[in-house]
Ligand binder design. Structure first.
Ligand code: AMP
Length: 211
């Protein structure tokens, strides 16, 4: 099963992605994680991508598309994959059509009023990438899943979030229509309820879809 996860920054894509990839045994590929790892390791891609991530802008399409095209040739993607954060505009979606077959698009709609608090309160595990909200951590500084150190992403601040949301509205939201027309979209609504509630809905839809 080859899936895309679509939704505004802070919609809960990362949390749902972990659950979906665990349940269906498909590899979770997050372009944001790939860029952050490259920045941490100061690779050529990392040096190029850093200024874009710092401003909440999109890394140029040719770079991002080449990374995903290559990543999908790895052995672990043969059983299926879940793309998180890609595609983010029509050019990327059209390019993806040229090298992968997409079975479904899990689209998480969310009231944008909820996003700022979610993103600015987000803490992420350095080791496994699991996301938390400070309000639920009770002061904990390590991941309850793997014990890794939690940190706040550099782009999870009010100024950068505004740019990221503008990019989402202008460039990524049109993909909902693109995939609706292709008949592969599955729509969900993110709320303040625990992530398990949304995952139950996603699971029900994907179980039926995966038969
Ligand atoms: P994310 O972790 O998905 O929120 O992505 C963090 C940042 O990585 C974005 O704000 C962009 O700067 C960059 N990025 C991630 N995915 C893409 C993509 N598909 N195209 C261009 N830039 C991306």
């Amino acid at each position: 099963m080859n899936l895309i996860l679509l939704g505004a920054p802070g919609a809960g894509k990362g949390t749902q992605a972990t659950k979906i990839s665990d349940r269906y045994g498909i590899v979770h590929i997050s372009t944001g994680d790939i860029f952050r790892a490259n920045i941490k390791n100061a690779t050529e891609i990392g040096l190029l991508a850093k200024s874009y991530l710092d401003r909440g802008a999109l890394v140029p399409d040719e770079v991002t598309i080449a990374i995903v095209k290559d990543r999908l040739t790895w052995d672990d993607a043969a059983k299926g994959f879940l793309l998180d954060g890609f595609p983010r505009n029509l050019a990327q979606a059209e390019a993806l059509d040229g090298f992968a077959k997409i079975d479904g698009v899990v689209n998480i709609n969310i009231d944008h009023a909820l996003l700022l608090d979610r993103i600015c309160g987000r803490r992420v595990c350095k080791e496994c990438g699991e996301s938390y909200h400070v309000s639920t951590l009770g002061g904990a500084t390590v991941c309850s899943r793997c014990g890794g150190e939690l940190y706040r992403r550099k782009d999870d601040n009010p100024e950068t979030v505004a740019s990221r949301l503008a990019v989402y509205n202008e460039q990524t939201a049109p993909l909902i229509d693109y995939y609706t027309k292709k008949g592969v979209i599955l729509n969900f609504t993110g709320t303040e309820a625990p992530a398990e509630v949304l995952f139950d809905e996603i699971k029900t839809a994907l179980d039926a879809f995966n038969k």
